[in-house]
Design a protein around this ligand. Sequence first.
Ligand code: 7TS
Length: 403
Amino acid sequence: MFNIEKIREDFPILKREVHGKPLVYFDNGATSQTPQIVIDAIVDYYSNYNANIHRGVHTLSQEATDKYEEARIKIQKHFNAKNSYEIILTAGTTHSINIVASGYASILKKGDEILVSALEHHSNIVPWQMLCEKVGAILKVIPMENDGSLNMETYHGLLNSQTKLVFCNHVSNALGTINPIKEIIDAAHKVGAKVLVDGAQACPHIKPDVQELDVDYYVASAHKMCGPTGVGLLYGKEELLNLLPPYQGGGEMIETVTFEKTTYAGLPHKFEAGTPNICGGIAFGVAIDYMNAIGFDEIAKQEEELLAYGTKELEKIEGLKIYGTSHKTSVISFNIEGVHPYDVGTILDKLGIAVRTGHHCAQPIMDYFCIPGTIRASFAFYNTKEEIDQLVNAVKKAQMMLV
Ligand code: 7TS
């Protein structure tokens, strides 16, 4: 059973105060908070079996290797990948996208087309622009509608035999929009294009099934799903990962090295050069276990209630506008007429409330609405309606002070 008091007990940070006020943490879109069980896993690693992996015959190295590979299997099961070696452990979403983008530099040709959604985080725009510059490919944009949804009619019209790659987030971090990725994937496959889905904002709320989606690449970051920073995953279908050249050369990604020729290791090691974030990977597995023990249905239920309540209460404030109203997860991006979002964020912080203000690394969305940014309250399953009441009162206070 979902017990909010018990769940909040799992997160030591939720007990702290900011500027003498109890912390209200509504910046889960930037990073989620960390439960004690994940913190304990990090401490346990450094206290008891800190060693490099895949190389030592000694006990500590073997223990660390076993735990790291166990984490990979937990991640494989969570995302329902066919094979554990299709899960590449990376430094996070940005790193994962760059592995794929740099790999396609040797596959794409001049004139090939790439489609990217208008709702993307900069990390799912800039690497593709860099790729297009390198190979002379053409970047086209799937436009968005006023309610924050993608214009699917235009998407279908943009697809053609020149389309080689399509990039879309599963959920928008700036607006919370849930994109119809199954439709996007199926349509792209019909013209022979491959699809990379950025799941960074989706994975805290939704449990994706990469086989059911038939997605080619799926990426996410641990730190947005109760895990530590600096670790994430790149899922790719085996045959597609095999097509990509390695991203970095170095230790652990080779089979043999001579000065004449080096041969590369198989998956996943080909993409895991150097010493990885060992304890991060292990703690990522623990975070996934933690979230699954609560259950993604329960998580979604709690967050949907928070979203509905927060939307209803914030909408009562005159002069407050919410951006993105289509089918979405628990993100409320808003502005108050006549006030810069940064000023509201500063006052909210003084009242103990953490939100993100600005463009949320999704500047094209802000340009669409002709605004410098928004105030973004992003809720997690450990948030409460009482905290939303505090936010609403604080926004009213900020409005009185600033307007
Ligand atoms: N894609 C999406 C959809 C994201 O939400 C983020 C991080 C990234 C990519 C990049 O992830 P990273 O772990 O590699 O940095 N989003 C945010 C945010 O909304 N506020 O801070 C980070």
